[in-house]
Design a protein around this ligand. Structure first.
Ligand code: ZN
Length: 322
């Protein structure tokens, strides 16, 4: 079952998290395959790594709402999206146009002309009037303008720029498992994250540097195949690790889609009645598929008529005729 493990290093300003998406990740891929719309293998790896990263970032930021990772690409992958809710329910999708070369990495998929962007949006569950979601955007390049090849490097860059936090992120995915390990320097208690002192410390904490170096020795194969106990023991056997109860099942990362017939209805209302009527005339019904979960919503002429009729205040039959 999919699981998320949190731990701290006793007495050190460093924390860590390990996520393993197994059943939930396979469900995502199966739904896509069932809809006859499987992603090319490099895109599946990308989305798996983004899903693992999204769960780690959501748990690290502890944000009450949706954390959305979106990569806008200028190559064959136009868009890759992962949404993770505060209860760790997640969904992913991508828009692929054209051929994706086998073994393609971030640059070949998303940053062919150097225009790729990664946006991280925090969309609060309850918004004040006029409040817009917070969004941070980073390019897919490193500090020397070199194109980055791994999504983990892009997100480390983001965490450093926006959160002012040293973060080491190791990600891997195949068709069975999507997994990630995060090691992060803990913000100094009581000091604002964006405070100057914190900025001066970046990259200078010896404990963090040592632990991040240990984490970086983890191989892709180990991350994908080892259970959490074995993996953490193998990496940090000399450290004093304090672990918290794993989050799994209903408390853990799992696939869930937030689409609904009501949302589809609102979308069609936004489109306008003439447009929707045209579709009915041409195709006799409207079919809207969800890109995240593969469900198809169908509306016929009667459904559309109801959709554009204001909700009656009285039960049918009892309506007063004036
Ligand atoms: Zn859906």
């Amino acid at each position: 079952m999919s699981e998320l493990h949190k731990f701290i290093f006793d007495g050190l300003p460093v924390r860590g998290m390990l996520v393993r998406l197994t059943d939930s990740w396979r469900e995502v891929l199966q739904r896509r395959a069932a809809a006859n719309d499987a992603f090319p293998e490099p895109v599946r790896v990308l989305l798996g790594e983004m899903a693992a990263a999204g769960a780690l970032m959501q748990s690290s930021i502890k944000f009450d709402g949706a954390l959305v990772l979106q990569v806008y690409g200028d190559g064959p992958v136009k868009l890759a999206v992962v949404e993770v809710q505060s209860d760790l329910a997640f969904r992913v999708t991508a828009k692929v146009v054209g051929e994706v070369a086998p073994q393609a990495q971030v640059e070949a998929m998303l940053n062919v002309h150097g225009q790729g962007r990664c946006a991280i949006t925090l969309d609060p569950k309850t918004r004040f009037p006029g409040q817009t979601p917070y969004q941070g955007v980073v390019s897919l390049h490193g500090d020397q303008r070199e194109p980055l090849q791994k999504i983990s490097e892009v997100l480390e860059h983001y965490m450093l720029q926006s959160e002012q936090l040293d973060t080491c992120l190791i990600l891997a995915a195949n068709d069975d498992t999507a997994a990630g390990l995060l090691i992060q320097r803990v913000p100094v208690e009581g000091v604002a994250n964006l405070g100057r002192r914190n900025e001066d410390d970046i990259g200078l904490n010896e404990d963090y540097n040592r632990l991040a170096m240990l984490a970086a020795t983890l191989t892709r194969d180990e991350l994908l195949t080892l259970d959490a106990d074995t993996l953490l023991r193998r990496l940090f056997w000399e450290e004093s690790l304090r672990r918290f109860p794993p989050q799994t099942g209903e408390d853990g990362p799992r696939f869930a889609c937030t689409c609904s017939r009501e949302r589809v209805g609102r979308m069609l209302i936004g489109l306008g009645r003439p447009e929707v009527d045209d579709i009915i005339v041409e195709q006799s019904r409207v079919e809207i598929g969800c890109d995240f979960c593969g469900i198809k919503y169908h509306l016929d002429a009667v459904d559309v008529g109801e959709l554009f009729t204001p909700t009656p205040q009285q039960a049918p039959g009892s309506a007063a005729i004036n």
